[in-house]
Design a protein around this ligand. Structure first.
Ligand code: HEM
Length: 524
């Protein structure tokens, strides 16, 4: 029987001949990437079964190729499996290394051009690069582990993560540039509030979405990214001064509550209504809301209501008459997606956001930013899938050759890469326009292009998800193992095509705006 492996024995060195002697059921070693593992006892517990180890080309042999054709590298890093390593091969070095937390990937196209070695971009300055480094480290160290754990147990993102984000003012930065950043220490003083622009914000969103946990990404305060701006921009000072700091410090949560089972983008079709009390001091709100992100755990709701003179947005605090129920969605319950009922909820009229009857403008002012935020994430998560596919098709062998030796596979990769690159390039162009246009110009000139961009990115994303499943085969539809991120992406990518405006509606918005802008004298 082989000696029980301990951490101290992993510094031992063996020749391939020595390893080869341990080729029996009760004394079984293997080599993976020049590391020697004693799997004598582990084989009985191996999730892939015992029989796979009892082959002549595995027992006492180099099983590197077999291993990487069936497992992600991270398996060997899990403490319970890392313990199986008893040493290394004399004079040989391991080749496979996991990306260190905070580091960039060396896989081609795994990073946008501006982060790829030897390439250039006109858009990003030193402060963007500083922010990128800091936020990647933070995402890898703090967000990713919590995201994976919460996706498993379905709970909302841990309060410790909200607190850590608030400490660095990440929650405030996610709202974009603006006066709410004034006087704040951003990322421990790495960026000055007055220099923070939309490219900094893009960096933030693109780094934080690389966690293969779409529900969690929404759980981590997406509700406030869309629910807080109406308070920030249209709330009375007393309301604003109370609620904005509470939300940006991660202590309280807010959700945007517009859509209903009765109507989504069709504001006229909404049924939740608010009526004034006789003394005119309060609203009484009745109705329901559906698909409300972060709704299950929010303290505040930015609610779209029908009022006597049109559509009005009102801030509602959780309390008597407000009930939220979890809706089971295709992604995880970490997002806190809710069905909300309001029953005779009494709210002071001071909670009205913007002018009575002018709620449509309050909502419209939000849309461009919300959709652009989704474009940032949609363009970036595609790239994560490109990286997964490039790695898999290199390490997986079929008919004795890597998958990437098949022309049909390379053709799929070509499409995926082109989509990711084109999405990012158009996104950067629009972000540049945002940096240079007044808010009024943005509202006027960019609603159409942002609508088209979102349609384009989410179509690309869905096509990439389908191609990735074809490349991974059965693994791409399995929640554990090699293809788990592909399965997750394929299952959750439709969210981007629906949330913030359905794909077709947004494409149409872009074209209608273009038609409106057609010069009267244009003829072929
Ligand atoms: C130190 C060595 C090994 C460890 C720690 C290990 C661990 C695991 C784990 C944790 C799984 C579950 C799936 C996953 O999480 O990816 C698994 C599945 C599997 N393993 Fe291993 N394994 C080792 C070596 C091997 C070798 C050498 C072979 C083949 C010769 C093998 C064949 C399989 C198979 C066929 C599956 C099922 C894969 C699937 O469901 O797609 N394993 N192994």
């Amino acid at each position: 029987m082989a000696a029980a492996p301990t951490a101290s024995t992993s510094s031992r060195e063996f020749t391939r001949e020595e390893v080869a002697k341990h080729n029996k059921v009760d004394d079984l070693w293997i080599i993976v990437d020049s590391k020697v593992y004693d799997v004598t006892r582990f084989k009985d517990l191996h999730p892939g079964g015992i029989s796979v180890f009892l082959e002549d080309d595995i027992m006492g042999q180099d099983a590197t190729e077999a291993f990487y054709g069936l497992h992600r590298h991270e398996v060997l890093l899990r403490p319970q499996y890392a313990r199986l390593q008893i040493g290394t091969l004399v004079g040989e070095k391991s080749v496979v290394t996991a990306r260190a937390p905070g580091a960039l990937s060396d896989v081609p196209y795994a990073e946008p051009t501006w982060l790829s070695k030897g390439y250039y971009s006109p858009y990003y300055k030193e402060s963007h690069r500083d922010l990128q480094k800091a936020i990647r480290q933070f995402t890898d160290d703090v967000i990713y582990p919590d995201a994976q754990a919460r996706e498993e147990d379905g709970k909302r993102p841990s309060q410790s993560v909200f607190d850590a984000c608030a400490e660095l003012n990440i929650l405030a930065m996610r709202m974009g540039p603006g006066k709410h950043l004034k006087g704040l220490k951003l990322m421990n003083g790495l960026i000055q509030p007055e220099e923070f622009n939309y490219f900094h914000e893009l960096v933030l969103h693109q780094e934080m979405c690389r966690i293969n946990a779409r529900g969690y990404s929404d759980g981590l305060g997406s509700g406030s990214v869309i629910g807080l701006p109406p308070v920030l921009n249209f709330g009375a000072p007393a309301i604003r001064n109370k609620i904005v700091p509470e939300v940006l410090s991660g202590k309280k949560f807010i959700a945007l509550a517009i859509s209903e089972a009765f109507a989504g983008s069709d504001v006229q079709g909404l049924r939740t209504h608010a009526k004034k009390t006789e003394d005119g001091k309060h609203w009484i709100i009745n109705g329901t809301k559906k698909w409300i992100t972060n709704g299950t755990f929010s303290h505040y709701f930015t609610v779209g209501c029908k009022t006597d003179n049109g559509f009005t947005v009102i801030l509602v605090e959780r309390g008597e008459g407000v009930e939220t129920k979890n809706i089971k969605t295709a992604y995880s319950s970490t997002a806190g997606t809710a069905y909300i009922t309001f029953e005779n909820v009494k709210v002071p009229v001071e909670n009205t956001l913007g002018k009575e009857g002018m709620g449509v403008y309050v909502m419209l002012s939000n849309f461009n930013h919300e959709r652009w935020v989704m474009c940032c994430a949609g363009a970036r998560t595609q790239r994560v899938i490109v990286e997964e596919c490039l790695k898999w098709t290199t390490q997986r062998k079929a008919f004795g050759k890597p998958l990437n030796s098949q022309a049909v596979i390379r053709a799929k990769l070509a499409e995926m890469i082109a989509r990711a690159e084109a999405s990012q390039a158009w996104l950067e162009n629009i972000t540049y326009q945002m940096c240079n246009m007044s808010y009024k110009d943005q509202a006027e000139k960019l609603a159409g292009p942002i609508g088209l961009l979102k349609m384009y990115i989410t179509r690309n994303a869905q096509a990439t998800a389908q191609d990735a499943v074809q490349i991974f085969g059965g693994r791409g539809i399995t929640k554990t193992g090699m293809g788990r991120f592909i399965e997750h992406y394929h299952r959750t990518v439709p969210y981007d095509a629906i949330l913030g405006g359905a794909e077709d509606v947004l494409g149409d918005l872009g074209v209608r705006q273009a038609i409106r802008g057609m010069p009267k004298n244009a003829r072929l």
